[in-house]
Design a protein around this ligand. Structure first.
Ligand code: NAP
Length: 254
């Protein structure tokens, strides 16, 4: 039984990861901005779980959230696993990607994960070991049109994670990455909705288009990403990277 902090646990991949961790007998600290959704999730889990309000883009909120979680975490052996999953994707063409949009993307997709890793990895080293999984994206490895800021932020997260993995692996803390292509979550629904408004196409057509862009020809499921995260937390080399593209069978898929 290990205690894991999952950010962005109020929805999609984060909620699926919290459920998978709990089902495997682990203790969950679920963090995001929407406390009510987190409380609902935690109430639905069989094992010990705590909901913590946290905005990963706000250093004071991160510190407050970690302080709030401390007694619960200490009662369960301390936080040994961290899943940096909170993220958001905004789109705009080159020429319209201004400083504010770029900062928003960097804050939530890169600095949020960096901030929590900086706070918790040294504690894990001190405690004798731990594991961090950062949820990047295929946009952290490849370039896509109309999302320069999102791609830049996810590339930054990949670079930070690779360097941290090299540094901390020998100190007993493994840092790994999951890089999914399009996943069937509210984030993809929102992208389909935004694009439908712009193009006049139906949301269903656009979801089918997103699925066709994945090398496997279908959307990855949140359960598949969660299963992969659980595997990476449990075992493997520091610096492992799994790219999920909708081809093949993966653990936790449904
Ligand atoms: N969906 C995809 O196709 C896809 C593909 C590759 C990678 N990813 C990545 O996977 C991760 C999860 O995405 P998802 O698809 O599960 O999307 P989602 O359903 O929209 O979930 C995003 C989560 O991030 C949280 N979040 C957003 N801003 C936050 C902030 N400032 N502080 C704390 N939490 C915040 C949201 O919670 P609150 O609103 O309650 O704060 C929510 O729980 C993201 O990092 C995303 O970039 C997604």
């Amino acid at each position: 039984m290990t205690t894991a902090l999952v950010t962005g646990a109020s929805s999609g991949i984060g909620a699926a990861t919290a459920r998978a961790l709990s089902a495997a007998g682990h203790v969950v600290i679920a963090a995001a901005r929407r406390l009510e959704a987190l409380e609902e999730l935690c109430a639905s889990l069989d094992g010990p779980a705590l909901a913590v309000a946290m905005d990963v883009t706000d250093p004071a909120s991160v510190t407050r959230g970690l302080e709030e979680a401390r007694p619960f975490a200490e009662a369960h052996g301390g936080i040994s696993w961290l899943v940096n999953n909170a993220g958001a994707a905004e789109s705009a063409p080159v020429g319209k990607t201004d400083d504010a949009l770029t900062e928003r993307m960097l804050e939530v997709n890169f600095h949020g994960a960096r901030r929590l890793t900086e706070a918790l990895a040294p504690v894990m080293v001190e405690a004798g070991g731990g594991a961090v999984v950062n949820v990047a994206s295929s946009a952290g490895l490849h370039g896509y049109a109309y999302v320069t800021a999102y791609c830049a932020a996810k590339h930054a997260l990949v670079g930070y994670s690779r360097a941290a993995a090299a540094e901390l692996g020998e100190k007993g803390v493994r840092i790994s990455l999951v890089c999914p292509h399009y996943v069937d979550t509210p984030m993809t629904d929102a992208s389909a909705q935004r694009l439908a408004e712009k193009t006049g196409k139906s949301e269903e057509e656009l979801r089918a288009f997103f699925a066709s862009q994945n090398p496997g020809g279908r959307l990855v499921t949140a359960g598949e990403v969660a299963g992969t995260i659980l595997e990476l937390l449990s075992e493997g080399e520091s610096g492992s990277l799994v790219e999920l593209d909708g081809s093949g069978d993966l653990p936790g898929g449904e």
